[in-house]
Ligand binder design. Structure first.
Ligand SMILES: Nc1ncnc2c1ncn2[C@@H]1O[C@H](COP(=O)(O)OP(=O)(O)OP(=O)(O)O)[C@@H](O)[C@H]1O
Ligand SMILES: [Mg+2]
Length: 546
């Protein structure tokens, strides 16, 4: 794929540039193509604030008073100039008008008119935040991704701004710079994913408020900058493995995979893991473990909700997914977290009938990206219903884990963790009895039971005790009862390998006894039969757990 320099150098007539910041593209063109003549057009220009001011009057701007169509007609019908051999027309906010039929026709005509001419070249450069190219123009032009600044550029910008800002305050009487505190590597790492314009704003604001480049300030600035995209968010996570009960097999895998992110692992030539799929019942700790991965590996977690990328505007959904992936690549190394992935990525098969193939194209882009991405992005997806996921997506993950209901030992750990969080000493509780009484409850339900017990104790004017918790547990309906059908279909999908003593399509997050699994399946079947017979959900007594 050509970059912007190469396209302009090779006089490509039609260039679609995808960029987070159009001003940065203009600045870049100004610096790198001093000899070129540029005309900039935007539907939002006013005569009073020409964008050209930003770039030293180098560009000749057109005012708002004319429509895109009029401007295109003018280019099409203009006389051949005698002086300049090439002219470049830059159109900002292109996604707002590029799909208009008349504009498409005019663009095609311009391309064919000037393609015939050997002495004079016209480049049309359309800039937008999305790849929003009408199919009719796709094969006429080049798509160029104007990447967010890389580490070298960010460091350069950081040095420049630090000098500039610190010089103001840290100059002694003799006019000498007394101290220039350079931002740490951690600050520079936190600039990834920001535009240069944003870096400048972040530094100026941080310096104004803290009199230095403050790491927390930069982190928060970036968090809100990413959130503004409305497609991604940066997650704050202080969750550690110690905060999660059980899941020993999964934790072991994560710890081992950590090697790929270390300098030693890279030297050894370890290929980076692409992703992990966590399947399971609600409330069993899938999101929790993802948060812990970010912490364990020391990487930022970028949450991406696929359902947000779908838009009714033509081409925008496809553009959004590319935009998301490009921002994520720029933030890398990072963990990308797709929670409940089936909600956003379901329906690829029916897509041709339901939405003219938009969902299928979006999923296709994501799948190709997962396959080809060379940047260090680790994708963690969770799903409560594997059956809604396209099989090709499931295959893309390095490993799949089934996060099932916690078993006896895990529940004890969960009680210990949550009682400690409530500032109670776990050794004062009968954890065995509590775990026994919580069979078939998820981690979330255990946490909720503890919270309820706290309120009961407070209401009665006493402290929380094993007895109070047991009373609350006696009233709880287990997740198994309410979700027996889902659990059955998930267990069927996971399968069981007798020799490995593990699942076939996904591994169990914690070691499972075959007997326990068989008993659980019987219990589920019984529950389903009872519901079918009686039409209501029966209670569960002493059911086995896995
Ligand atoms: N293994 C566990 N150890 C400690 N706490 C747990 C565990 N599992 C669940 N919890 C508690 O339950 C809460 C919900 O867990 P989490 O959000 O990770 O579940 P989930 O599997 O992602 O559920 P959903 O499918 O509804 O999103 C957690 O915030 C935590 O307090
Ligand atoms: Mg979750």
């Amino acid at each position: 794929m050509l970059n912007l320099d190469q396209c302009l150098g090779a006089y490509q007539p039609l260039i679609f540039t995808v960029a987070e910041s159009d001003i940065e593209v203009l600045k870049y063109l100004h610096e790198h193509f001093q000899d070129k003549k540029f005309y900039v057009y935007s539907t939002t220009f006013t005569d009073k604030i020409p964008l050209a001011d930003v770039i030293n009057h180098k560009f000749i701007t057109k005012s708002k008073s004319r429509s895109t169509q009029e401007v295109l007609s003018e280019i099409l019908n203009r006389d051949f100039p005698t002086q300049a051999p090439a002219e470049t027309y830059i159109f900002l906010d292109a996604d707002a008008y590029i799909h208009d039929r008349q504009n498409i026709r005019k663009i095609k005509d311009i391309v064919s008119r000037y393609q015939m001419d050997e002495n004079f070249v016209v480049n049309l450069v359309f800039i937008s935040q999305f790849v929003s190219v009408p199919p009719a123009l796709e094969r006429l032009g080049e798509i160029v991704f104007f990447d967010l600044p890389g580490d070298k550029l960010l460091r350069g910008m950081s040095d420049f701004l630090t000098e500039k800002l610190c010089l103001k305050d840290e100059v002694n009487d003799k006019g000498e710079v007394t101290k220039v505190v350079k931002p740490t590597d951690e600050v520079i790492n936190n600039l990834r994913g920001l535009t240069l314009h944003e870096v400048e704003r972040a530094y100026v604001q941080s310096f104004h408020i803290h009199k230095r480049i403050d790491l927390d300030f930069i982190r928060n600035f970036k968090k809100s900058a990413i959130a503004k995209t409305d497609l991604l968010s940066l997650m704050d996570s202080s969750v550690k493995f110690e905060d999660i009960g059980g899941m020993d097999t999964l934790k072991g895998w994560i710890k081992k995979s950590c090697g790929g992110w270390s300098i030693e692992g890279q030297k050894f030539g370890l290929p980076l893991m692409k992703g992990l799929l966590l399947v399971g019942l609600p409330g069993c700790g899938k999101s929790l473990i993802c948060k812990a991965i970010g912490n364990q590996w020391g990487l930022p977690i970028v949450q991406f909700d696929p359902s947000r990328i779908f838009s009714s505007r033509v081409g925008e959904s496809e553009g959004n997914i590319r935009r998301v992936l490009s921002i994520v690549e720029n933030i890398s190394p990072c963990v990308m977290f797709l929670d409940e992935v089936e909600k956003g990525f379901a329906g690829s098969q029916s897509s041709t009938f339901s939405d003219s193939g938009v969902t299928a194209r979006v999923i296709g882009t994501f799948l190709s990206w997962m396959q080809d991405c060379t940047k260090p992005v680790f994708t963690v997806a969770t799903s409560n219903n594997i059956h809604y996921l396209p099989p090709e997506l499931i295959q893309r993950f390095d490993e799949k884990f089934f996060v099932s209901l916690p078993q006896m030992r895990e529940r004890i750990e969960i009680y210990r963790i949550h009682l400690s969080k409530l500032k109670r000493d776990p050794s004062k509780f009968d954890l065995e009895a509590l775990s026994q009484a919580s069979q078939d409850l998820s981690g979330r339900e255990i946490e909720q039971a503890l919270r309820e017990a706290m309120y009961d104790a407070f209401h009665d004017g006493i402290d929380i005790s094993t007895q109070i918790i047991l009373k609350v547990l006696a009233k709880k309906t287990s997740l198994l009862t309410t979700m027996s059908e889902s659990l059955k279909s998930m267990l069927t999908w996971v399968g069981w390998d007798k020799d490995k003593k593990d699942g076939i399509r996904a591994r169990f997050a914690h070691p499972v006894e075959e007997d326990n699994l068989a008993r659980l399946q019987d219990q589920i079947n019984q529950l389903i039969q009872d519901v079918e017979k009686e039409g209501n959900a029966p209670g569960v007594e002493n059911g086995p757990t896995i």
